[in-house]
Design a protein around this ligand. Structure first.
Ligand code: FAD
Ligand code: UDP
Length: 376
């Protein structure tokens, strides 16, 4: 059978590999000049620093099968994301942990005391938090919310946190011990040769027709395919028939120097008067290489509402789902011979591991449909 896959990020690459291994005719295309979608990495030619071109990517998962799958394609080095945050001219540890709480309140509490203290200052009138702000106030109270989340979130999402879903905040843990690991997942790491090498190795030696620098819209004979897997923006597929769904895009301001600029990989800037959200110094994502690298490169990250020409990085899901999104989702579900996948195709804030998990699940759905001769 003949398949076309749009987008060579993790979603598209996994589906393409699966279909090619089964002997199908596979065309994989991406409008960008490289594989790996937003996870794309390459080495800076002069310094050899591994650069994450669309923002820093740290792999983390609780899914054993996802870890088993992805580590077939390259060696992962252990990497723990330990983020620092600047708030009101002081530097703190994130996610919120016992160090953050004691430092912020100038106390020396133990875990039990800290938990009781945070409980006492949390807003207990909020029983079922229905948005980001309510989630924060009910979990940590207003001091920590204003210091670390309100300003950063307004910069990142361009709106009042009351309009955002509670799920965005639930991405981050709050801990009453000194564990400052940004993620709670048992499997964490960074691929030694970067993410693009990983995707290259996933597609290596398979009979897949890969066309980069190619927009799906420009492809003739779309009806020649038995099925299409689309991982681009859902509204773009329908030529924005019901309007433009909102996305946040990012501007990365690149700076270079020598030695160690900030002493760690990521520092968040939580105050609203600082226009960027965070600074990532990329050589710290490869700590096994960093000591040997004389040069350093860091990026200031600015978030803004995407225009049609911009890269759509973050789908903006609201606490109250938008009617336009519902219409696109219904239209996608009713479109025969096309499956919508991935962060943009389903308009969800998905991490790499969930993207991979869902792409592997889609492979099982494909197998079942082909075996039973039913539509995918
Ligand atoms: P993408 O990687 O976006 O791939 C889609 C591809 O489709 C793109 O390459 C695009 O060029 C192509 N495309 C779209 N439309 C068309 C078209 N019409 N024609 C041709 N090609 C098209 N996840 C983590 O687990 N850990 C992290 O630390 C992490 N950090 C992140 C940081 C940032 C700033 C962002 C934005 C995301 C981060 N993520 C992280 C999430 C991660 O990037 C996604 O989970 C992953 O990239 C999703 O893969 P995908 O294949 O669905 O989409
Ligand atoms: N966030 C915040 N302050 C921070 C870090 C995160 O307010 O210092 C909020 C912000 O709204 C962000 C969300 O928590 O979008 C999730 O954070 P995460 O670090 O997962 O964001 P990502 O790395 O996906 O941009």
């Amino acid at each position: 059978m003949k398949f076309c896959i749009i987008g060579a990020g993790f979603s598209g690459a996994i589906i393409s590999r699966h279909l090619a291994l089964q002997g199908h005719d596979v065309l994989l295309l991406d409008e960008r000049p490289h594989l790996a979608g937003n996870c794309h990495t390459s080495r800076d030619p002069s310094s050899h620093i591994m650069l994450h071109h669309y923002g820093p990517h740290i792999f983390h998962t609780a899914h054993h099968h996802v870890w088993e799958f992805i580590t077939q394609f390259g060696t992962f080095r252990p990497y723990i994301n330990r983020v620092k945050a600047v708030s009101q001219n002081q530097i703190f540890s994130l996610p919120i942990n016992l160090m953050t709480i004691n430092h912020f309140y100038k106390k020396t509490m133990n875990p039990r005391e800290a938990e009781e203290f945070i409980y006492a200052i949390s807003d207990k009138t909020i029983k079922n938090p229905s948005n980001f702000e309510e989630q924060a106030l009910s979990m940590i109270g207003k001091d920590l919310y204003y210091a670390f989340f309100q300003g950063y979130t307004r910069k990142q999402w361009g709106m009042d946190p009351k309009k955002l879903p509670a799920s965005i905040l639930k991405r981050l843990p709050v801990r009453f011990n000194y564990d400052d690991n940004y993620f709670s997942h048992p499997y964490q790491g960074i691929p030694e040769k970067g993410y693009t090498a990983l995707v290259e190795s996933m597609l290596l030696n398979l009979p897949i027709d890969i066309k980069l620098n190619t927009k799906f819209e420009e492809l003739p004979f779309k009806e020649a395919f038995d099925h299409i897997f689309y991982t681009g923006p859902i509204d773009r597929y329908f030529n924005y028939a019901y309007g433009h769904l909102p996305y946040r895009t990012l501007d990365f301001e690149k700076q270079e120097g020598h030695g160690d600029y900030q002493g760690t990989a990521v520092i968040n800037y939580c105050d609203e008067n600082i226009p960027y959200t965070r600074i990532a110094e990329h050589k710290h994502f490869t700590p096994w290489e960093a000591p040997h690298l004389e040069k350093t490169i860091w990026f200031r990250e600015y978030s803004r509402l995407a225009q049609e020409k911009d890269i759509p990085y973050y789908p903006i899901r609201l606490a109250q789902q938008d009617a336009m999104l519902t219409t696109y989702i219904q239209r996608a579900e009713a479109t025969p011979h096309v499956s919508f996948l991935g962060r943009l195709g389903t308009y969800r804030y998905l991490d790499m591991d969930v993207t991979i998990h869902e792409a592997l699940k889609a492979c099982s759905v494909i197998d079942h449909a082909l075996k039973t001769d039913t539509p995918i």
